[in-house]
Design a protein around this ligand. Structure first.
Ligand code: PFF
Length: 458
């Protein structure tokens, strides 16, 4: 067991888990979801989901991991038997599948960083919409960038929990924050910035519908890296003297703060350009922003390169956590050598990502992969719907139910007391238990049913 490694202290865990949480979800997905779902009103619902529903589940995940010192499958099996092990296995599978597409998008960010910073992309007078379309359908470019990103990820994970993951997140996260704050300051000096802020910060509750709740909850799970055992895995490396209650609160606050800052960074930039739509969807970052960077003149390539570099840093601390989940599974369960496992698993996941890479125009088969309720769905969207939007809330539901109802002998509470003895009998403990027992499973269960209906019967 000693060979499993662990974080050096509580801060190491917080940094790594916040690094996992802060990623493309915050900087690429969150702003365009805010843009598509009525601005600040979405933000309010999102905050409620994160604190009331997800934070309790985060505690449950971390507690399960620290108690068992095992990967998600091993942890559930140890505490709940073979059947519950399936929940862990589903988590490992989700991790594999999420990394398979996440790495492709991270590759896009990597490619844009190189092309803007060193390839003169902004000086070519491009139509960025068309450019993005041809970029994502160029399989050779994509192969190059996504192999590069997976190799970086594997190198960090191969370094181990403390010397690889913890050390690199502690370097990359502060750089990320500095770059975001720098770009916010710059964006606020631009004309139109106040319109961007108003759009982002003044809620319009007329825009809210059932779909808003579903989107906000799925986004909260994804953004907090919750529901698939990433935090069981990271939790398994946390020391017994470290309080996980405060740590989970800090991780949630860090994740939300960065998403919030990403909005502050992006909307003033977006509104500084006439004619840019806030509901540009997934292309917001890759289509709208390059045009904006170009209009900045000579500083444009510099600002643009910094933006995409920070996106890469954010993605990298998340891809390492995604890779660590199946790596921990294989090394724990089959006692394989860690480094070899890292490179083997990374290769397999990369290969699984190939259809996703081909699904953005390169291959007609994967681009028009299937058809639901009058809509053509590409392979990427299918995998994202199944293994992120559906699987994470479902996993979160089981994690909450397990910790609150199934874990024998008050196992969950006792695990929370380690490093936090004053919790016993306190009001905070009562609130946590109430949330994990009732609120999280009920709300997540309801929204899960809605999302199944939505995806299959749209
Ligand atoms: N939280 C990451 C993001 O917001 O980009 C995505 C993610 C990482 C999801 C790790 C799940 C996970 F286990």
């Amino acid at each position: 067991m000693a060979a499993r490694g662990g974080f050096s202290n509580r801060l190491g865990f917080i940094a790594a888990a916040a690094g996992s949480a802060v990623g493309l979800g915050n900087i690429w997905k969150f702003p365009y979801e805010v843009g598509e779902n009525g601005g600040a009103a979405f933000l309010v619902i999102y905050l409620a989901c994160a604190f009331l529903i997800c934070l309790p589940i985060m505690l449950a995940e971390t507690a399960i991991g620290r108690n068992t010192r095992l990967n998600p499958y091993g942890a559930f099996k140890k505490l709940g038997g073979r059947k519950w092990g399936m929940v862990g296995l589903m988590g490992v599978l989700s991790g594999v599948m999420i990394l398979s597409f996440y790495n492709v998008v991270a590759g896009w960010a990597f490619g844009y960083f190189l092309q803007i910073g060193f390839g003169g992309m902004l000086s070519e007078g491009l139509n960025y919409d068309a450019h993005f379309g041809s970029f994502v359908s160029d399989i050779w470019d994509n192969l190059f960038y996504s192999i590069g990103f997976m190799v970086l990820t594997a190198l960090i994970v191969a370094g181990g929990v403390q010397k690889g993951i913890e050390r690199w997140t502690k370097i990359l996260m502060p750089l990320l924050v500095i770059m975001i704050v720098g770009l916010i300051c710059y964006g606020l000096t631009l004309e139109g910035a106040s319109d961007g802020l108003a759009f982002y910060l003044v809620p319009d509750f007329n825009e809210i519908n059932a779909n808003t709740f579903y989107t906000a909850l799925a986004q909260a799970f994804f953004s907090l890296s919750l529901g698939m055992g990433a935090l069981i895995t990271y939790g398994s490396y946390v020391g017994k003297n470290d309080s996980i209650v405060g740590a989970a609160a800090l991780i949630t606050i860090a994740d939300i703060s960065i998403a919030f800052l990403a909005g502050l960074m992006i909307f003033p930039l977006v509104f500084s350009q006439p004619g840019i739509e806030t509901n540009a969807g997934p292309g917001l970052v890759f289509v709208a922003l390059p045009g904006i960077f170009e209009s900045m003149g000579s500083v444009g390539p510099f600002i643009g390169a910094i933006f995409f570099l920070l996106l890469c840093f954010a993605a990298l601390t998340s891809t390492v956590s995604l890779l660590e989940v199946p790596v921990a599974y294989v090394t724990d369960q089959f006692k394989f050598h860690r480094k070899k496992t890292v490179y083997g698993v990374a290769t397999v996941i990369f290969l699984i990502g190939l259809p996703t890479m081909l699904s953005q125009g390169a291959s007609d088969f994967f681009t028009n992969f299937t058809f639901y309720g009058g809509k053509n769905i590409d392979f990427f969207t299918l995998i994202e719907n199944v293994f992120s939007d559906l699987s994470l809330p479902l996993g979160g539901f089981f994690i909450a139910v397990f910790a609150a109802w199934k874990w024998r002998g008050k196992g969950f509470q006792k695990e929370l007391y380690f490093g936090n003895p004053q919790l016993e009998g306190s009001i905070t403990e009562k609130i946590i238990l109430f949330m994990v027992r009732y609120i999280s499973p009920l709300v997540v269960g309801t929204i899960f049913v809605i999302s199944v209906l939505k995806i299959f019967f749209n």
